[in-house]
Every structure is written in C-alpha cells, then in structure tokens.
Design a protein around this ligand. Structure first.
Ligand code: ADP
Ligand code: ZN
Length: 302
C-alpha cells in the first residue's frame, strides 16, 4: 500500500517531513487558505498522483486544517472511485468540526462547499501537540465551536469549560457532533441543530466582508440568536445572561437590518419566515421559524 500525504504549504513546513518519514508517505501540498479549496487544486493533485503511479490501493492521508481535510477527503472519495482516507486534523476547529461527520468538498465561484461528497475516513488521529504552533485566532475559532457543541448537547462542557483540559473539551465536543451526525448521516434534518449561531454568524461574515473570523462571527451569532430565542419565549433570562457572559454581543457595530437582508438572501427563508436552530436552554436546541419582520427587533432588545 502506498500512501500520499496531502497538506498545505504552512503545515508542510511545520510537520511535513516528520510525518512523511513516520508514515512512509509521499508529500503533496498546495498553498494554504480557503481560496485554494477549489476543483483546480484537486485536479492538479490528482494529476500529480496519477503521474507518480498512485492507484486503487492508495491511502490518502490528509494532514491540516479544515481546508486540507475537505479537499483531500473529496479527492479520496473520487480517486479511483474511492480510496482509503486517514484524517489528521492540525487545527482545533478541524479536530472538532471538519474531521467529524464525513462532509468533504470544494468551493466554486458560486459559493462555498457546493461540490463534494459524503465520505468517511478509515481513521482519525487527534494529536494535541499540533495546538502548540496554532496562532491564537485559530484557537478561538475552535474554542467557539467547542462551546457551541456544549450549548447544543452538553451543558457541562459549556458551563465548566474553564475547568476542563483540552483533551476533555475536544473529546466532549466530538461526542456531541458524533451523536447528532449519527442520527442524520446525509443532512436531511437533525444535523441542522449544528447551525446554532451560524445563521446569523454567516450573515455577519458576509456583512463584515470577511473581516471577522469565523470564530468571531459565530460567537456574536450565538449571542444574537440567543436573544432571538429569548424574545420567542424559549431561552430563560438566566441562560441568556450565561451566554452573553461568554459571548458579549457588545463588540458589535454592524447594521442589524442589513444582517437580516443577508440572511433573507441566504435561502433559509420560506413564506416570510426565517428558520433558525435556536437554543431552548443550555444543552438543547429546537428548529424554529421566526417571522422576518421580528428578527432584527429580537436581536436588538434586552
Ligand atoms: P480551519 O480553521 O478551518 O481548520 P484552515 O485549514 O484554513 O482552517 O487552517 C487555518 C490556517 O492555519 C491555515 O493557514 C493553515 O495552514 C494553518 N495551520 C493549520 N494547522 C496548523 C498548526 N498546527 N500550526 C500552525 N498553523 C496551522
Ligand atoms: Zn463553524
């Protein structure tokens, strides 16, 4: 069995040699960043693999953040109609998010992740040592997603976050995501609860022209969606206060009417109603429709 290690140039620089030696793999890399996550990059890597004689018995090892995992995973899904895949996430976010759930894919000019496949790895390797080289904003991106997992399905993970070790935080966040994915392998419904904070969060990313990181946007998204939930009569004052303590929505000066306009275009709307995964309490979620004209107001109040 030959293995091909796919990574980006930043991770290659830090960990490429070491892992190629350990795994007796050949290294294939591409420029880091979301803009590399394209069909063109995939095609270029596929040609390189074929030229080097890789075929059906290949194992693809994806070493990197979400970008690498999504792209290399999709490549593994189609290479010779599917070859073995091993995921080694190197960002905190990828450990708890991209590596779990079997979603792979690439971006197109029309939007993110529009071309891809569900494809599950044979193995996932989580190694905390990668976190030592991860820049602080990347740690925050992952932290927000871990706290989100707590809000969705593990109250203790959210409330006692500060007292837990990284190992426990990661394990528990993975456990929440696994539990949800298992109920909905192909994203027909239940998996939408994972979108907590992301309906508003994605709109904020757009409105800020991607000046906000995913983590910053989702953190504000969680706080603002918590207000909506409170206004709709779900989330208690106590839980809302708990959430705003972690994610202060104050750091926020975007026009909320514009944010609503963006969500409206984001096709989560049906008959004048926007659909959200809203927290009922810390640790549980419901899918709720909110009349469009009430959304901005609900985000403002409190
Ligand atoms: P994600 O945050 O979705 O996992 P990326 O795959 O784009 O996103 O990774 C974010 C950035 O961090 C990229 O520039 C990547 O090269 C870099 N990176 C990934 N893992 C590490 C690491 N362990 N140490 C330092 N930088 C890393
Ligand atoms: Zn996210």
């Amino acid at each position: 069995v030959r293995s091909a290690l796919i990574t980006d140039d930043v991770v290659a620089q830090l960990y490429g040699q070491q892992f190629c030696k350990e795994l007796k793999s050949e290294l294939f890399s591409f420029p880091s960043g979301e803009t590399s996550k394209t069909r063109e990059t995939k095609q270029r890597l596929e040609n390189e693999l074929l030229e080097k004689g890789f075929s059906r018995d290949t194992t693809i090892v994806a070493l990197g953040g979400g970008v690498v995992l999504d792209l290399a995973g999709f490549l593994a899904a189609t290479f010779c109609r599917g070859v073995d895949l091993v995921l080694i996430p190197t960002t905190l976010l990828a450990m708890v998010d991209a590596a779990i759930g079997g979603k792979t894919g690439v971006n197109t000019p029309q939007g993110k992740n529009l071309i891809g496949a569900f494809y599950f790895p044979k193995q996932i390797v989580i190694d905390l040592r990668f976190l030592t080289t991860l820049p602080q904003p990347e740690i925050w991106n992952g932290t927000v997603e871990i706290l989100k997992a707590g809000l969705i399905g593990d109250q203790e993970l959210f409330v006692n976050f500060s007292d837990l070790s990284w190992k426990e935080r990661i394990q528990r966040a993975i456990e929440v995501k696994r539990r949800i994915v298992a109920q909905d392998l192909e994203e027909r419904g239940v998996r939408r609860v994972l979108n907590v904070g992301h309906t508003v969060g994605h709109a904020l990313e757009t409105v800020s022209n991607y000046q906000l990181s995913h983590g910053q946007a989702v953190a504000m998204g969680i706080a603002l969606e918590a207000r909506i939930s409170h206004a709709m009569g779900f989330l208690s004052c106590k839980d809302l206060a708990e959430i705003e303590k972690r994610f202060p929505p104050l750091a926020f000066d975007y026009d909320l009417d514009t944010v609503v306009q963006v969500m409206k275009l984001d096709k989560k709307i049906k008959d004048g109603t926007l659909y959200f995964a809203l927290l009922k309490e810390i640790g549980s979620v419901a899918l709720v429709g909110v009349p469009l004209e009430e959304v901005a107001c609900a985000m403002r109040t409190c």
